[in-house]
Each structure stands twice: as structure tokens, then as C-alpha cells.
Ligand binder design. Structure first.
Ligand code: GDP
Ligand code: IMO
Ligand code: MG
Length: 431
């Protein structure tokens, strides 16, 4: 039995959904362990596009799919997503979707507060997805979440609701906004409770017993390392831990069961929302990367900022998550470029550094030091083996491996499931 944890090594949208879908054929269970419907994971099958936000990407292959305790769930968003996927021809039954009873709920006041806070920030806004993710995690840490289990326990629900609403109404009063009524929230919770009930279970026991009977689990991360609340470009981050260790706390397994960690790395870099981005190309190169890579957010439709691959950042992500294999995605987007750059260090106050600065203000000041490689100017799509790739593409891959000191286990050359090269099976890799 082997577990594989998939995490993003950049600012999200690295192509985690595609890789999780591809790998899930080797898994018995696929589990989400953090984030919420701020995530947008795309899977393309014969030009049919599936966009998932809360549902684990293994659901497309009808794998047992788990939404773990570390996820924040907007029940309406989940219900809507289940409906959308059903309309696309995939039945989401209570046999394949299981939701943790310990997950925290995103309620209407979270989304409202996300919006009010962002509007109040003016030029310093984070550029959140506006889904209430931050306020929902704040309530979790502040011990006033309404959790899934509270839907069915009148006593705990009453106490939690009172604490949460008192807190939120104090904030709303300060902002000159109308207070929330407990009765209104109670009414909507009553509506949701029976709809979610059949999916709810003790997901921790489910995962552990699956492992004990020799089944493989694939943990699907959302967002990316540089959006991690502890290790990302704080405060321009999301509100959860996005690193691999979160797979343990966010699903209820011990850290020794994390096994292999596959870091997903886009062959260049993108970021959606505000915050530092040393290799950003505010020029024709950035425009071209965005155009060829169709870089628009799945959740908000915003244009993603684009730039060259940053090996300093990816190395940092590898260390933080104990990554032992990389899936390099969107290599095809570079097919037409004459020259390709990789950032190998940062210049800060006339010194070259090879680490990610701790403050965003410093990160804003660094100037990337680039290594320039020759492009391959031919198509990589339809290459089924690494040996099929053009010589300069192989050189690019080799150079990345050298710089980040980590093997590349998979290469993706189009959004389609079939355009994937397997170099080393993450489920078979020895840690
Ligand atoms: P995720 O959030 O990490 O799952 O990534 P997103 O789905 O938000 O963004 C990745 C985008 O790139 C999606 O539109 C994918 O269909 C697409 N994609 C994934 N892998 C490749 C690839 O190798 N080549 C190209 N051209 N597109 C890809
Ligand atoms: P996937 O899983 C890219 C970004 C937002 C914003 C910051 C905080 O598809 O890779 P939040 O709404 O989480 O409070 O916003 O984080 N962000 C993402 N960027 N991909 C994502 O998810 C993201 N989820 C959040 O744009 O900058
Ligand atoms: Mg995405």
C-alpha cells in the first residue's frame, strides 16, 4: 500500500486536477484535505471539460472521494457542484462521495465579511476569490465554527451559533452593517442538514481502514505552497496550510502515512490575485504565456499574471513538503518560444540570494537572476515517452532537475488526460 500526496509548488493552478485525475486510476480513495471552493481544478477528457472546486478530482473516475475535516465547505456551493457534474453525465452517489463530520462550514456571513474586508483594503487588497475562505478559517481557529456535525446536534449547534453570531454582529456593527439573525441562519442550516446527511461519515476511520486493508490513498492538495498561511508570501496568501503535512491533519491520518509527495510545477509561473511575483513578465512574453496557456482563473475568471519558472521558489516548496517527485505541467505552452528563462537566484541589496525572503516587502524588491536556455520550437504534444521529446525540451527538464535537486516523475503536454508522460510512478517510488 502506498499513499501519494499531490501539492502545488507555486501559486496554485499548476494543473493539480489533471494530474490527480490521471493518477487516480492507481488509487482506491482520493481525499481533499484543505481549502474550499476557492480551488478550481480542471480535468479534460476528449475535449469535455470538468471544473471541480470541492469535489476531489478522483470523482471523475468514480473513485471513492473524500472531503476531509481540513476543508471548509460552503454547502450551497457543494450542492451546486454536484448538480453541475450530474448534468455532465456523472452520477455523484452517496457511495462514492463521503464528507467529514468534522469539517467547518462556510456560511453567508463569511462571504459577506470577505467582501467587506477586501473593499475596505483599497490598494492593499489580497485579491481573494471572495468565497468567504478567510473568515471561515478564522472562525475555525477562533473556535466558533459551525461544523458539519453541528447540523445534527441541537445542543452544540445552539452554542456555536450564539458564539459565531455574537462575534460577527460585533464586527458588522463596527462596519455599520445590518446584524445577522440567529433564526435566519438556523433556518438555512435546517434546510441543508437533510441534503448533506447521506454523505456524512467518519472519514478518518474510512481512510485508515482502507490503508490497513492495503488500499492506496491519493491526497489532493488545493492552492499552492506560495499561498500557504505559514510559508507563503504572507499576507498575500490563502488561509490554510497548503503544504503536504496538512494532508495528515486535514484528513486525520498520522504523518508517517503521507509516504510519497508529488509536487506539481507548471513549466512557467502564474499567479492570480495580488502580492509579490519576482519573475512576472509585464510584457509581450507574459501576454504570450497567458494566451497560449489560456491563463484565466477557473473560479473567478480573472486573468492570471504570468512569468518565467522560478527555481528558487520551487526548491523552497520541495523542502517544505518533502517532495520526492515533480509533475512538470504545461510544457507545451513553451513550444514556440525561442528562448526560455529560469530564475536561479534573486538579487537583493546587491547580493545574490538563493532563498525566498521572509517578508513580502523584500520579495517585492528582489530582482531575478536568470539562466537562459534555447527553446525547442516544435510540438511536445503527443509525445508518449520522455525520449520522444525534442532535444532542447529534454535539456530544459534536465536543467530544472539539477536546479531543484528533485527528479521529474511526470510531464504533461496538454490539458487532455492522455497527453501525459510517466517517468517514475509516484505510487511505486521508494521514499
Ligand atoms: P489546478 O488548480 O492546479 O488544478 O489547475 P487549473 O485547472 O486551475 O489550471 C490548469 C489549467 O491548465 C487548466 O485549464 C488545465 O486544463 C490546463 N492544463 C493542465 N495541464 C496542462 C498541460 O500540460 N498543457 C496545457 N496546455 N494545459 C494544461
Ligand atoms: P487552485 O486549487 C490560484 C488565491 C487568491 C488570492 C489568495 C487568497 O485552483 O490552485 P482566498 O479566496 O483563498 O482567501 O484568496 O489565494 N487563490 C488561488 N490562486 N489557485 C487557487 O486554487 C487559489 N485559491 C486561492 O487568488 O490571491
Ligand atoms: Mg485552479
Amino acid at each position: 500500500m502506498t499513499n501519494v500526496t499531490v501539492i502545488g509548488t507555486q501559486w496554485g493552478d499548476e494543473g493539480k486536477g489533471k494530474i490527480v485525475d490521471w493518477l487516480s486510476i492507481r488509487a482506491d480513495l482520493v481525499a481533499r484535505f484543505q481549502g474550499g471552493h476557492n480551488a478550481g481544478h480542471t480535468i479534460v477528457l476528449d475535449q469535455k471539460v470538468f471544473k471541480l472546486s470541492l469535489l476531489p478530482s478522483g470523482i471523475i473516475r468514480k473513485k471513492l472521494s473524500i472531503i476531509g475535516n481540513g476543508v471548509v465547505i460552503d454547502p450551497w456551493a457543494l450542492i451546486k457542484e454536484i448538480e453541475t457534474i450530474k448534468k455532465q453525465g456523472l452520477k455523484i452517489t452517496t457511495k462514492i462521495l463521503k464528507i467529514s463530520s468534522k469539517a467547518s462550514l462556510i456560511l453567508p456571513y463569511h462571504q459577506k465579511l470577505d467582501e467587506l474586508r477586501e473593499n475596505a483594503k483599497g490598494n492593499n487588497k489580497i485579491g481573494t476569490t471572495g468565497r468567504g475562505i478567510g473568515p471561515a478559517y478564522e472562525d475555525k481557529i477562533g473556535r466558533r465554527s459551525i461544523r458539519v456535525c453541528d447540523l445534527y446536534d441541537t445542543e452544540s449547534r445552539k452554542i456555536q451559533l450564539k458564539t459565531a453570531i455574537t462575534h460577527h454582529n460585533t464586527i458588522l456593527k463596527g462596519l455599520n452593517k445590518k446584524p445577522i439573525q440567529v433564526a435566519y441562519i438556523n433556518k438555512i442550516l435546517n434546510k441543508i442538514a437533510p441534503i448533506l446527511k447521506p454523505y456524512i461519515t467518519n472519514t478518518m476511520d474510512l481512510i485508515i481502514s482502507a490503508n490497513r486493508s492495503g488500499k492506496n490513498v491519493l491526497f489532493e492538495g488545493a492552492q499552492g505552497t506560495m499561498l500557504d498561511i505559514d510559508h507563503g508570501t504572507y499576507p498575500y496568501v490563502t488561509s490554510s496550510n497548503t503544504v503536504a503535512s496538512q494532508a495528515a491533519t486535514g484528513s486525520g491520518i498520522g504523518p508517517a502515512l503521507i509516504h510519497n509527495v508529488l509536487g506539481i510545477t507548471k513549466a512557467y509561473t502564474t499567479r492570480v490575485g495580488n502580492g509579490p511575483f519576482p519573475t512576472e513578465q509585464n510584457n509581450n512574453t507574459g501576454e504570450l504565456l497567458g494566451k497560449i496557456g489560456h491563463e484565466f482563473g477557473v473560479v473567478t475568471g480573472r486573468k492570471r499574471r504570468c512569468g518565467w519558472l522560478d527555481a528558487v521558489m520551487v526548491s523552497y516548496a520541495i523542502k517544505l513538503s518533502g517532495v520526492n517527485g515533480i509533475a512538470l505541467t504545461k510544457l507545451d505552452v513553451l513550444d514556440t518560444f525561442k528562448e526560455i528563462k529560469i530564475c536561479i537566484g534573486y538579487k537583493l541589496n546587491n547580493k545574490i540570494i538563493k532563498t525566498v525572503p521572509e517578508t513580502y516587502t523584500e520579495m517585492n524588491k528582489v530582482k531575478p537572476v536568470y539562466e537562459v536556455l534555447k527553446g525547442w520550437q516544435s510540438s511536445t504534444q503527443n509525445c508518449k515517452k520522455i525520449t520522444d521529446l525534442p532535444a532542447n525540451a529534454k535539456k530544459y527538464i534536465k536543467q530544472i532537475e539539477k536546479l531543484i535537486e528533485c527528479p521529474i516523475s511526470m510531464i504533461s503536454t496538454s490539458p487532455e488526460r492522455e497527453d501525459t508522460i510517466l517517468v517514475k510512478d509516484p505510487f511505486k517510488q521508494v521514499n
